[in-house]
Ligand binder design. Structure first.
Ligand code: BGC
Length: 809
């Protein structure tokens, strides 16, 4: 079937964008190839290429081209058909065994197999298939998948390479004249056993065009220009200071030392540092001027393409702040810019800026953001490990930038700090800029603000206010669907607001998932009762673990369409996963991706996109890292803001940034308690959300499943009111993550589920996707006085205003 014009345009952009997100970790001889040739293609991702991860972040595009198909389409002759088929059989058998094993375990432990299996990563099987493809060129595509519901593990075939993978990759490096290891992964794999491979490409998972982007890179039609958005190291070198994957309470003992902030501060060299990436060409970056205008620091740098192919470079500014009362990580990203495409020999001067107050640290004793006195050493370069000290910003006295208020209680432990921290050296004679005393003004935050009630809401009864607060409330329905299909208006949309008050002028807000595109059902039918998706709307990772009769029934009822039925289509574009988009370090591209989503939302009647997702990649084991951008809050926040701008330039469309906050693991995800110090929360886990709110003005936000220091984020008034609304200035709608309140928690979990009454009392406007119990909980809270009508009316006013604004836009 011929693609629609919009699909062609969107895919074309994805194909161009792909190489911006990919990068070489190692680059040697042999590539790019002069022309298509015989290619011996191996590896898990060659035929089963992955466009993204599993779960609500998976996008149902019309079609998807695998690496094998793309290479053939580009004129290559794949000489390893037998290997690929034999591998498929091995993998199929292993998958069946894996599913059976999970189901048996679940039965034995009286647990739900779907919950146990959701997002569970099947380690790559071990096998012995001869590597006998002809030709001089071999490509090994290594893939890894993960998704919501489960975390990854440092076992062979997941974070570690399997025995078979190591053996085959090393053999291929010797056996073929030209060899490239291609990583079709959503997160870090430990490459330490295969470091002598000459060419390693981190292709990532790039949505619909993943295979074609690789073909373009192999043939030199595209030049990768990405940079890592996380530190890639050997598994054994990652810190073990903070805990990860604990069932009930997870102490973030490492404090602010996350990712490169840890590696640099203890002087440990990772295999591939944050911000690193190679391409087919080389660049020099020469720092230029540094100027200070009030609080704004402006830095220029001249970038020259010194290689022999056109390409793009990312310039990065890091600042080492002086340790005082507060310890400081060795350095933190302060700004970045990507050049345009530079021809060989061409130079571009890029300009970057940031505000001095963005360098402040949070002092818990003072409940304030403070710039401590001393020298702030500014370095410019092309990765976190390759910078040149460029200037010193000198501050004579401590300065309070924001007088805040404590919001998160105590953790019961003191954050770790390095015993002998690496100290940033500034060479003699480095240019010094004095920060004039008095230039830094203390901002005070207005808390305890009275929020308005819209006159249109005044006349609603208590019951009506309660309906409006619980998603697509319908008294006749019970619990609404889990993932991907709780909307009556748009097939496969994740949810919507209550439609019972349409007559009173309150429009419905339809919401659909992301973040790697818009998640809807591909095909559907419509009748008087509403829309009906055809085929599966649930992610495969869930279907696989359902009992056989249920699977049979779902397949049958979902896919049987009577002849002559009017079948409608919604083809959405799968785009690069969050991490890959972040690797582009390209805010323009991020905005364009948002633009594509906004366009598809207009076509299919979706008002709110449940994305971008900007949680911090705290640990490489988090099963949802692929949806998230980075281990760095600034990069995460800037990208989310750019995507937001792209979506929200479309009339009546807006984003829902998620998951607020400290949602960094999937183990016991509904009721895990993140124990984090207020400083680490503010500097690392909340900062990106603040940047996104300021620079992108998202119209909605989703709280997370987890608790923070004992309080569910969905019920956390300080998080929602004090931080989000008062400090960040957010004035949109806040909603919960899906089914928080219906007791999906494991029976063994110690922290009880949230409750819609408490959620509303915390100023969280919507419990999603909404069910009878939520409605009853709100009515009960109103009756016992734990929720006031005023608070409920304030919440509903926000929903009303957004619904109206989107409908009238
Ligand atoms: C996920 C959210 C998603 C929601 C709706 C939840 O399970 O955590 O990210 O937006 O489902 O599908």
């Amino acid at each position: 079937m011929e693609m629609n014009t919009y699909e062609k345009e969107h895919s074309a952009l994805m194909r161009r964008a792909g190489a911006e997100c990919a990068l070489f970790l190692k680059r040697g001889s042999g590539f790019p190839l002069d022309a298509p040739c015989e290619v011996a293609l191996y590896g898990s991702g060659a035929r089963n290429t992955l466009k993204g991860g599993t779960g609500s972040g998976d996008v149902n595009s019309r079609c998807f081209v695998t690496v094998e198909q793309a290479l053939q389409g580009a004129g290559f002759t794949v000489t390893t058909k037998d290997w690929l088929t034999a591998y498929e059989e091995e993998r199929g058998a292993a998958r069946r065994k894996f599913i059976k094993q999970i189901k048996t375990e679940a039965r034995k432990n009286h647990r739900n197999a779907i919950m146990e299996g959701m997002g569970a990563v099947m380690p790559e099987p071990e096998y012995d298939i001869p590597l006998n493809g002809s030709g001089h060129t071999a490509i090994y595509v290594l893939s890894r998948i993960s998704g919501e519901g489960s975390d990854r593990s440092p076992v062979p075939g997941d974070i570690l390479l399997s025995r078979t993978e190591v053996r085959d990759i090393l053999a291929l490096q010797n056996q073929y004249q030209k060899f490239m290891l291609v990583l079709n992964v959503g997160g870090v794999v430990d490459l330490s056993p295969v470091l002598n491979v000459e060419n390693i490409l981190l292709l990532s998972q790039l949505g619909v065009e993943t295979g074609n982007v690789l073909a373009d890179i192999l043939l030199g039609k595209a030049n990768p220009s990405g940079k890592l958005s996380a530190t890639w190291s050997a598994w054994r070198d990652y810190p073990t200071i903070g805990a990860f994957g604990c069932f009930d309470d997870t102490p973030y003992t490492e404090g602010v030392y996350v990712g490169y902030r840890y590696f640099d501060s203890v002087g440990k060299k990772p295999l591939f540092p944050f911000g690193f990436g190679l391409s087919y060409t080389e660049f020099t970056v020469r720092p230029g001027t540094v100027t200070l205008d009030g609080e704004t620091v402006t830095v220029t740098a001249a970038v020259t393409n010194t290689g022999s192919r056109a390409g793009r470079e990312v310039v990065q500014i890091y600042v080492s702040s002086p340790a005082g009362k507060l310890d400081k990580p060795y350095q933190a990203l302060a700004a970045f810019a990507k050049t345009r495409t530079l021809e060989p020999g061409e130079t571009e001067e890029v300009t970057m800026n940031f505000k001095l107050r963005e360098l402040a640290s949070y002092d818990e004793d003072m409940s304030a953001w403070v710039l401590e006195r001393g020298d702030y050493i500014l370095r410019v370069g092309s990765s976190s490990a390759d910078t040149v000290p460029t200037a010193i910003l000198r501050l004579e006295n401590d300065a309070v930038t924001v007088q805040a208020r404590s919001c998160f209680g105590k953790t019961g432990f003191t954050d770790w700090k390095p015993e002998c921290p690496a100290v940033a050296e500034a060479p003699d004679g480095l240019y010094v800029l004095q920060i004039p005393a008095g230039d830094i003004v203390t901002q005070t935050v207005a808390y305890d603000v009275t929020r308005p009630i819209d006159p249109a809401i005044d006349d609603l009864t208590d019951n009506e206010l309660a309906y409006m607060s619980v998603g697509a409330f319908d008294p006749k329905a019970g619990v609404l669907s889990v993932i991907g299909n709780a909307s009556q208006s748009v097939a496969g949309a994740a949810g919507e607001t209550c439609g019972m008050l349409k007559d009173k002028g309150i429009p419905v807000i339809v919401m659909a998932d992301g973040p790697a595109g818009l998640r809807l059902s591909r095909d559907y039918t419509v009748d008087a009762k509403g829309v009906h998706p055809i085929g599966q709307t649930m992610p495969d990772g869930i279907i696989d673990f359902m009992p056989a009769p249920v699977r049979w029934f779902m397949n049958r009822s979902g896919s049987r369409v009577k002849p002559g039925t009017d079948v409608r289509r919604q083809y959405c574009t799968a785009m690069p996963i969050g991490t890959a988009l972040a690797q582009s370090w390209d805010l323009e591209l991020a905005e364009q991706c948002g633009d594509i989503v906004g366009d598809e939302m207009e076509r299919f009647g979706v008002r709110l996109w449940l994305a971008p997702a900007l949680n911090i990649q705290r640990d490489i084991r988090c099963g949802r890292n692929f949806e998230y951008y980075s281990e760095d809050p600034l990069l995460s926040g800037k990208l989310a803001a750019a995507v937001t701008r792209g979506v929200q330039k479309h009339p009546g469309r807006a984003v829902t940034i998620k998951h607020f906050a400290a949602n960094n693991q999937e183990t016991n995800r509904y009721s895990n308690n993140s124990q984090v110090s207020e400083r680490a929360l503010r500097e690392i886990y909340l900062r990106g959300f603040g940047v996104c709110v300021t620079e992108g003005q998202p119209k909605a936000l989703m709280t997370s499943y987890n608790l923070i220091n004992g309080v569910h984020t969905s019920e956390h008034r300080e998080l929602i009111e004090d931080i989000l609304r008062c400090e960040f200035g957010f004035d949109g709608v806040v909603m919960t993550d899906w089914i928080v309140s219906i007791g999906m928690q494991s029976k063994e979990a110690v922290h009880p589920a949230p409750n819609a009454g408490r959620i509303a009392a915390a100023g969280n406007d919507l419990t999603m996707p909404g069910c009878n119990d939520d409605y009853r909980a709100i009515m009960k809270a109103l009756a016992d006085g734990t929720l006031t009508r005023e608070q409920l009316a304030i919440n509903v006013s926000r929903i009303y205003r957004l619904a109206k604004a989107l409908a009238e836009d």
